[in-house]
Write a protein that binds this ligand. Structure first.
Ligand SMILES: Nc1ncnc2c1ncn2[C@@H]1O[C@H](COP(=O)(O)OP(=O)(O)OP(=O)(O)O)[C@@H](O)[C@H]1O
Length: 259
């Protein structure tokens, strides 16, 4: 039996009168690439926000590695091993690519402010480890030659890659990618698909929100479909592709994407 790394249990999340998530349950097995899809406004990003501590579910529970993370602050959730990227790129534009990744790596430091101020040996060692790890993830993402360039000066594609690098540098077990292919051309999407597989092969578990059906079908192990905040289907890509409810709710709205 594969082990669930993330277990979303009957999560409901309301914004005033609007129910953005309605009794949603699903799990992700360790080492899996799980796709979360659904039409605009279905609740995908809200689901990410619940998992990463931005919003607290109105009811239900979310277990990560067997322990509830509901009510934990965002940084505590990052530290526990969940990282994310955002639909709209959120880098520090006036920092270099390397510095952006180091900010991510900082989440893993165990030494506090005082040892940082006095540059105690343990802190210096962590700084060096952080730097090495940051360069390693930049290399993994294929952008290590741009380590010293300002994030603002990177191409759009490299900024997206840098976002993933920054998430990886927090040393997560689970990486949540919110539409990482947005704005990519077909060749870049294929490259991204390979990269997501490579990320998984490195031992990470991946939760992926993506509108591009070809990418979702091509890269995920399983897919969860939301519509109006409810889970309407769950299964392997071939099952989802043939599911009438999904076709009606999602694939039907954009046949070109669905093909
Ligand atoms: N902070 C908020 N306050 C009020 N309503 C919100 C908030 N965030 C999201 N919603 C609403 O919750 C519903 C789900 O939104 P969400 O962004 O999770 O959908 P989505 O599936 O990610 O959509 P998209 O594909 O367009 O990004 C929508 O009706 C949205 O307007």
């Amino acid at each position: 039996m594969p082990e669930a790394i993330l277990d979303v249990q009957n999560v409901t999340l309301k914004f005033g009168g609007l129910t953005a998530l309605d009794d949603v349950s699903f799990h992700i097995n360790e080492g899996e690439i799980l796709g979360l899809i659904g039409p605009n406004g279905a609740g995908k990003t809200t689901c990410f926000n619940a998992v990463t501590g931005v919003y607290r579910p109105t009811s239900g529970n979310i277990l990560f590695q067997g322990a509830s993370i509901v009510g934990l602050k965002k940084h505590a959730i990052t530290k526990s091993g969940i990282a994310r990227t955002f639909q709209n790129i959120r880098l520090f534009p006036t920092m270099t690519a390397l510095e952006n990744v180091l900010v991510g790596a900082d989440a893993q430091h165990s030494t506090g402010m005082l040892s940082a101020l006095f540059r105690l040996p343990k802190h210096r060692r962590e700084e060096k480890d952080g730097h090495d790890r940051a360069m390693e993830v930049l290399r993994f993402m294929g952008i290590h030659r741009k380590a010293d360039e300002l994030a603002a000066n990177l191409s759009y594609g490299d900024q997206r890659r840098l976002e993933i690098a920054r998430a990886m540098a927090t040393g997560p077990k689970l990486i949540c990618l919110d539409e990482p292919a947005a704005g990519f051309n077909p060749a870049e999407k294929v490259e991204l698909m390979n990269l997501i597989r490579k990320v998984r092969d490195q031992g990470y578990t991946v939760l992926l929100i993506e509108h591009d059906m070809r990418l979702v079908m091509g890269v995920t192990d399983r897919i969860v479909v939301l519509e109006f905040g409810r889970k309407i289907a769950e299964g392997v890509p071939a099952e989802i592709r043939d599911n009438p409810a999904v076709i009606a709710a999602y694939l039907g709205v954009d046949e070109e994407d669905a093909s």
